[in-house]
Design a protein. Sequence first.
Length: 521
Amino acid sequence: NRLSHLRGVRVSKFRNRRGEFKMKFKFKRDPVAAAVSLALYGASGLALAQTAPTDDSTMEEVVVSGFRQSLIKSEAIKQDSSTIVEALTAEDIGKLPDTSIAESLARLPGLAGERSGGRVSGIAVRGFKEDFTGTSLNGRELIGIGDNRGVEYDLYPSEIMSGAVIYKTADATLLTQGIGGTVDMRTVRPLEARESLTLNGTYEKDSRRSDNPEFKDHGYRGALSWNKHFADDRVGIALALADTLSPTNQRKYGVWGYGANAAGQYLPFGLDTQSISKELSRKTISGVLQWKISDNAELNLDALDIRYSDKGIIRGFIEPFSADPASLQGSGANVTGTQIGANPVIRTDPENTVGKLQSFGGNFKLKFTDKWSGQLDYSHSKSSKLYERAESYAGLGRNGSLTPGQLGTRTFVMSPNGIMFTGSTGLPLNDFNAVKLTGPQQWGGGMASVADHFASSVLRVDGQPYSYLEAQDGFWNHADFAEQLNAVKLELQGDLEGSWVNKVTFGLHHSERDKSKANHG
């Protein structure tokens, strides 16, 4: 409106047939504008003043559109809701900017992203993590791939989503609800979006190079989204393809426990130092068919297929820590000294997750009268996942096979930021002839139930026989997950003319859900 007060400018705002707001500007040439151009641009302005016509001829219209449209859609959703909600909408299909819907949701007020392996995977609503958050896709209950009913939001590329609505309070019409809230992710409805062909491409480069040579420090994201109308805008089809290869590289410094000696110097009881590399591969296909059969009947069919793998490697050292008291200098956590009895466990832990998730749904809506309508909705979802994690141990010798004189020493500097080694003796860890695949520490306690199987007459250097406590040289854990959900809903909704009740919704809902986990270790 303020623009309309400018001389020579006429502004008009209108809503097109898709409900999008547009702004039109009409400019008239004015002698004052020509004079300003002359003052600012010299000769160029002079040429403009000489050629400018003196009549009221109008230039071509300029139409401005942009991100404002997504804000208008979000605001409309909030205004029409009878509960407290947050809304996220895309300006157009394929236009959400983040790598997954998880990162987009984390931007909203009252929601926080929970990172796993360097990526936002879970969403906490009002402080409740994803285990306490109900999740649906186009209003239908959504299955996960983990140990519980929590949903891994990073599986869903932002490019296939048109938005999401987050219900922060209970609503009787929601079939899926959580203590913290409910997240309803939504794919595009073709007839409610403009025809478009969108191609997105992103190159990823980690700020940290990979410490593990078989993993890269760069990746990519690519997506193709297509939306088309047919039969005089009565049939719409939307397809989306998304491919992601995303690496993460980390360095981890961990300790277990701190203790103070008589001089008030603090040292850790154990060290856990690792270099971690992981690579997420995700391929997604999404399809939606919307058919406006008549002014009173509409059919929607949608399908989603996600194939993914998340593989990685963890390499590093894990070991108990003890220091020579006579070598310690400093106070508090700022201590220098010499570690003694060093027999580190060299860990190499491969990790692998492979799975797929498929979801199909159909919805038929029928309007009986101006005030009464109904819908029938059916959905089928299934997922499967294999999770593998191994531990491989190596060191200078099996626990109990080395004398105290054969154990190593390290000089170290301790600070609030961690512990750094400045030198070592007796630790030839770069010598292939010295390092063995073995269990340098007593980590076999989990095999107490089969202790007899590991009974031995071989003696340790302290004269005691080897037992199951020294028998673990590694570990392999793998689990198979499978889940399936079938649901059908029949709903009837009517507008009433009562003074205190203006709408009623009721119906029937039936679902069958089966989830299994077979754990092997």
